[in-house]
Design a protein around this ligand. Sequence first.
Ligand SMILES: Cc1cc2nc3c(=O)[nH]c(=O)nc-3n(C[C@H](O)[C@H](O)[C@H](O)COP(=O)(O)OP(=O)(O)OC[C@H]3O[C@@H](n4cnc5c(N)ncnc54)[C@H](O)[C@@H]3O)c2cc1C
Length: 405
Amino acid sequence: MLEQKAAGTVTSGPASERVLPPYPEADLMHVVDLLPDGERERYVQIREFLQSHIRAASIDYWNREEFPFGLLAEMAGFGLGGLQTDGSSQLFKGLMYTEVARADVSLSALVGIHNELIVGMINELGSPEQKRKWLPGLQAFTQLGAFALTEPDHGSDIAGGLSTTARRDGGEWVISGAKRWIGAGTIADFALVWARDVSDGHVKGFIVETDRPGYSATKISNKIGLRIMQNADIVLEEVRIPASNLLPGATEFSRANDLLRDSRAWVGWQAAGIQLAAFDIARSYALERKQFGKELARFQLVQQQLADILGNANASLSMMVELARIQQAGKLQMVQAAMCKATTTRLARSSVAMGRSLLGGNGITTDYEMGKLFGDAEILYTYEGSYEINSMIVARAVTGKSAFV
Ligand SMILES: Cc1cc2nc3c(=O)[nH]c(=O)nc-3n(C[C@H](O)[C@H](O)[C@H](O)COP(=O)(O)OP(=O)(O)OC[C@H]3O[C@@H](n4cnc5c(N)ncnc54)[C@H](O)[C@@H]3O)c2cc1C
């Protein structure tokens, strides 16, 4: 087992405690053993890189709300821009999202949205010309797309309420409207904009290059989480794009359903990752910090919190492994994606709150990383459908009654 291999002999402390506990990596259920050999080696290699190069480096960027282009380039070298199309299993892809989130949640949002919603949409719904033009740069992470669905006046009700318009004018489309919260909106090469065709009322997907006249993006500052991700308010003022920028597979919103379902599920992997990170920090801190003359780890109430965080993290990870199993078999539906997203993010919120409290005052500052996780968990709880909306998707599926309106 990977975890047991990682354990070695310890250096100090009473003789009875001179062997490291067998689970310093927190994967008590040996989930990683489910990967086939080739993927397991790749997983170990990338995890090591994320832990040693990305995790500590991301904190300053998070504090400064700055995008780490250098770190992205390093991640590109490990193929993280091409997970969607490189033949990886669903489990491997999911565990990658978890490990990136364990290192930094914002970067995992970038990697996840990029693979699931940008590469995925162009690969599945794009024309041969669109694929030729965009996929190589996206897969290499030298180009970025932004997924532009949410609007200032429509969040949870976006599917029915979307008000950005698309008007056909000869060989062009003219896009007008506003989008809010759009990840990478200020740094992307193009935005995948969802707009309502005024002629037939259908919501369609368009590739809008960000250097087109009439496109403007303003960074949303002062966020309490996901601070590395450059979320933007986007205004589209009569933006003209060639007719060929319409995704031929996205001429109705429902055509994007499978990809939106998968991206909802992706948040569950992030929720597992943030909890593993919370466990890492809480465990180290409890072993180092002394009060009343002994390590915090010796107090029962602290042990309770450590066990709860670890239990939540493993419950989330195990749930996601089962999701990957049905996803790989082509059986994943929105109800399971919503259930896993809602449940794992609820647990994540609880885990980071325990972690924050376990660090006392030091849990308040990002210097000890836990404060960063505390803010980031709020985003997981809210985006890709809020906790409440996902819960209602689940309950509608089991009762046949909709509580949305
Ligand atoms: C950091 C961040 C990054 C994001 N990135 C992107 C992105 O890249 N692209 C993109 O398109 N969008 C993005 N989003 C948008 C995100 O998906 C929305 O914020 C989310 O869907 C919720 O919409 P809203 O914020 O408008 O909240 P609202 O829909 O206004 O909801 C407010 C509250 O009311 C509750 N509520 C709403 N309707 C009901 C109901 N019928 N019954 C019960 N409760 C209800 C909600 O659960 C929530 O608690 C991002 C958001 C954030 C915060």
